[in-house]
Design a protein around this ligand. Structure first.
Ligand code: GLV
Length: 391
């Protein structure tokens, strides 16, 4: 048989990957240790040594999530897979769910819940604002949902949501508490067991300092009971926690093949977690807070305004800056990237066009990067102000 398609010329050129400073909302740069680990030899997904790495990751995740849940693992996916898995395992068609929406992640959770056949009720706040336990209690009594979804780190708006107290109300009302910590885990406290969180998930590519591709997740026994009591099968094989939990050795039974996990991503996450364990959680929380405070001061000095007014509700990992009306902030991001290979992001979802976003996560959260991004931001703003037609 003849080969009719020509080989692509693009693949005879060397691979080109520039070095960028990723100061957006994630992914963030990985440390040399993480990058080196990812170049280690490929192992089979059922090989003993690969399983050992998975076991170490499991322990690391139990530590960062502060949970004793045996079903704690990492799904082969970006953080979105954590959201999918939470909704897919818990929801049966016709179940009522309550979603807190104050940014893109609540909106997305509600979209996903609809797709699994839930009746979705929304607890809404304007972008930039947070939720109270009282508001939850009123809505829970009104709607009697099977689950309540809340985002700890709303990366679209830069909002930090305090979590304590919500789990108590959920448990008292037979409602499972699901929390998105994709943009926050490792930079702020997450006490999964203490705060009675039933499913918590995150992403490898933010504070944990690994590349995108793994979504840490943990299920409480209450969440598992809901899964076991389902009348209908879990609709997506890939997200099925009973199969994933078996593959990750969470049930004390023989491991069965579920899917082919990327050992290279596992090595990266294992080393990212090891770095966090070595630093210690309180030190990491403090480092992120100190960096964020230095960034706020610099932003103030430049004459810009923070989007989140209440300082207790500012997410240290993602800072949102109000876009000044006289400047097209797309030009700021373009200049920063083209001139310095520094990423400064625009808004997302409800904050699109309203803010610029600067990320400080994991390996990138240090004073030197804060000072660099402030210098680049100031120069890029000046350039965008005076060179509107050139960009
Ligand atoms: C992704 O997490 C983003 O906030 O852009």
């Amino acid at each position: 048989m003849d080969i009719t398609l020509k080989p692509p010329n693009s693949l005879s050129r060397p691979l080109f990957v520039p070095k960028k400073l990723l100061m957006g909302p994630g992914p963030t740069n990985s440390s040399p240790r993480v990058l080196k680990a990812m170049g280690l030899p490929i192992l089979g997904h059922m090989h003993e040594e690969c399983i050992n790495v998975m076991d170490e990751i499991k322990e690391g995740l139990q530590f960062v999530f502060q949970t004793k849940n045996p079903v704690t693992l990492a799904i082969s996916s970006s953080g979105h897979g954590g959201m999918e898995a939470a909704m897919c395992n818990l929801i049966e068609p016709g179940d009522t769910v309550l979603i807190a929406v104050n940014g893109i992640w609540g909106e997305r959770a509600s979209d996903i819940a609809h797709r699994y056949g839930a009746k979705v009720e929304i607890l809404k706040k304007s972008p930039g604002k947070t939720f109270t336990v009282d508001e939850l209690e009123k809505s829970i009594i009104k709607y009697k949902p099977i689950l309540f979804f809340l985002t700890q780190g709303e990366s679209s708006t830069g909002v930090y949501q305090a979590l304590d107290g919500f789990g108590e109300i959920c448990r008292r009302n037979n409602c499972l508490f699901v929390v998105d910590t994709v943009a926050s885990l490792g930079a702020v406290p997450v006490f999964t067991d203490l705060w009675k969180i039933d499913i918590v998930y995150s992403g490898s590519q933010k504070v944990l300092g690994a590349p995108p591709g793994l979504a840490p997740i943990s299920f409480s026994s209450q969440a598992l009971n809901k899964v076991y009591a389902r009348k209908s099968p879990i609709s997506v094989f890939y997200w099925d926690i009973t199969k994933l939990g078996n593959y990750w050795g969470c049930f004390g039974e023989a491991r069965m093949y579920h899917h082919t996990i990327s050992c290279s991503l596992l090595y990266g996450l294992r080393e990212g977690l090891a770095e966090l364990v070595e630093e210690g959680l309180p030190n990491s929380w403090k480092r992120h807070k100190d960096c964020a405070n230095r960034l706020y001061e610099g932003i103030n000095k430049i004459g810009l305004k923070l989007y989140v007014e209440n300082e207790n509700c500012r997410l240290p990992t993602v800072t949102t800056i109000r876009s000044p009306p006289e400047i097209n902030t797309k030009h700021v991001s373009k200049y920063a990237m083209e001139r310095y290979n520094v990423e400064i992001s625009g808004g997302l979802g409800p904050s699109a066009g309203l803010v610029m976003r600067i990320g400080l996560m994991g390996y990138n959260a240090n004073f030197s990067n804060v000072d660099t991004v402030l210098d680049v931001l100031q120069e890029a703003m000046e350039y965008a102000k005076h060179n509107k037609s050139k960009l």
